[in-house]
Design a protein around this ligand. Sequence first.
Ligand code: ZN
Length: 71
Amino acid sequence: MKYHNQKLFEPLEIFLMNDQPFTCPHCGSRCIEIASFSHTNSKMFIQQCLNSSCSFICFEEEDEYYLKLWR
Ligand SMILES: [Zn+2]
């Protein structure tokens, strides 16, 4: 079987949160939080690159170790 549109079904990449403001892993621009799942157990945010020619979207996830550190 061939998956011509496989890219459309790829999950978003996940990047771990750190103490710096989230920046685009592709172009280094600042990103804006467009959705958050912080009310769930998994602290996940969807971030979109503010660079209009990039507009990369990915998940930002809070590291478990980071969570334990502050609880
Ligand atoms: Zn970008």
